[in-house]
Structures are given as C-alpha cells and as structure tokens.
Design a protein around this ligand. Structure first.
Ligand SMILES: [Zn+2]
Length: 257
C-alpha cells in the first residue's frame, strides 16, 4: 500500500470539513445493537447465527450478542459482556462456545478491536466453491492485499484450541472467507469492521454475477486500487457507519432500548 507507485488516496488527498452526524450519542451497547440490526437489514446475517464482538481499547473483556436472538431483533439491553475466555460476566442471556472464533482472534490481534462473523449468502456461494471473490469493481479495493481463504471445512469451531489454530491461519488479514462456512471481518473500530462486512457481501455478489457472464472482466491496476483502498478505509467507513446508524435508528428507535 505504501509502495512508491501507489496512487495517493484517503485523507492525504481530501479530508471533509464536516461530516453528517448520527444525531444521538450512542453507548457502546447501543452502537453494537445498531450494527447487528444494520447488517441483518442488508442480508449479512443468517438469522441468529454468528457474532460481533467488540473489545474496547485497553480492555480484554468484550461486548457480544447472546445465543438464540436474531441479529434483526437485538436491542442494546440484550448485549452481553464476556471475558477473554468467553465466560459471561454481564448480561441476561447465554453465549455459545462458537464465540471462541472471536476470543482467540482478539487474543492475537491487538488491532482487531471488532470481529464480525456470519454466513452472508453470496459470500457463501464463493465459500462453497472454495474461492475468494475476484476484485472487479473499485469498492473491491477495500480488500486488496487483505483477503485470506481458509480452503477446507473441518466442522464447528467450538473450542479454544481449534479457534487458536484458525486465528493463526487468519494471520493479519482483515477479511477471511471460510470454505463451506462464512466470513470473518475485523476492524480497528466498529465503523471499519461494519464497513468491511457490508462491503464483502456486495463484492462477492458482484464477482458471482460477473462469473455468470462467462466473460473476462476488465482488470484494475494494484497501484490505482491502493489509493482507493486508503480512501475507503480513511473516509468511507465512518460516513457509511453514521448513515447506517441514522437509518437503523429511524426504522426502529427501540434498537436503543
Ligand atoms: Zn459460523
């Protein structure tokens, strides 16, 4: 990304002087509930499967969704807190052992404050074929040099040992597709992780539709994509999140309760 021939992008090129705000101050639980509702609304969630975990800066405990509730129905008061070993320390619901996918990734990735996992449909089409999406549109630049494929499925990740092995295979990638399973998106902030999660499903849908044409897509140059990637991460993620939050709260203010 910092190679000399990379086209510049991001805040280096343009920084907004004003950003449309969410309009209300959100607690961490409220913000997380909004993230669940938004991702469910755009088809990212397979009903109640998957988790979002959020390890606040300087902490090892993490906010998480409980077992059994659909992403589309979560409210702020449903959000639980688990410690780094997945023991529930706050909340009125239970949390499944599948949460270890998150705890073990947080343990080795200080930068990944937020980890999102679910089984969005078009990601799963490519995951069934054991392949990564071809990056055929500028939004795909978000994932250039940052995609990983775990190309075999070996059952449920339900123990810390199996999850630690998966975390080692993910390495420093912010987006990993798991064959026959789904996707893991990470971010330094909730906005960044949500933006990656939302974008990968669209990127996979587009790649799939392009594959169906049987024709060869026009290729983009890495040097152009690198600048675009910086713009998407440094500028688009925050404004995407603010808009998603405004619309989610407007659709059902109860999400904040
Ligand atoms: Zn899963």
């Amino acid at each position: 990304m910092n190679a000399p021939n990379a086209r510049p992008g991001g805040l280096e090129v343009w920084a907004p002087s004003v950003m449309p705000p969410i309009g209300v101050e959100l607690s961490h639980e409220q913000a997380l509930a909004v993230a669940f509702r938004h991702l469910a609304a755009i088809g990212f969630a397979e009903n109640m499967a998957g988790h979002i975990t959020w390890q606040l800066d300087g902490q090892t405990d993490m906010l998480v969704n409980p077992w059994g509730l659909w992403w589309a129905e979560l409210t702020a008061s449903d959000i639980c807190v688990v410690d780094q070993d997945a023991q529930v320390i706050r909340g009125r619901w239970d949390v499944t052992p599948a949460i270890h996918i998150h705890t073990e990734l947080h343990r080795v990735r200080q930068d990944a404050r937020v980890v999102i996992h679910n089984h969005p449909y078009y990601v799963c089409v490519l995951a069934a074929l054991g392949r990564l999406p071809e990056l055929v549109h500028q939004t795909g630049s978000l994932f250039v040099d940052d995609l990983r494929l775990i190309d075999t499925y070996d059952g449920e990740i339900d123990s810390p040992t199996r999850a630690a092995d998966l975390a080692a295979r993910i390495g420093n990638a912010n987006l990993t597709i798991l064959a026959n399973h789904g996707v893991i998106a990470t971010g330094r902030t909730l906005a960044e992780a949500v933006y990656r999660a939302a974008s990968i499903e669209r990127v996979c849908k587009l790649a799939y539709d392009v594959m169906l044409t049987g024709q060869k897509p026009v290729t983009m140059k890495w040097s152009d994509m690198a600048g675009m990637k910086a713009s998407l991460i440094e500028r688009a993620a925050e404004v995407y999140w603010a808009g998603a939050a405004r619309m989610t709260i407007k659709a059902d203010p109860d999400v904040l309760s």
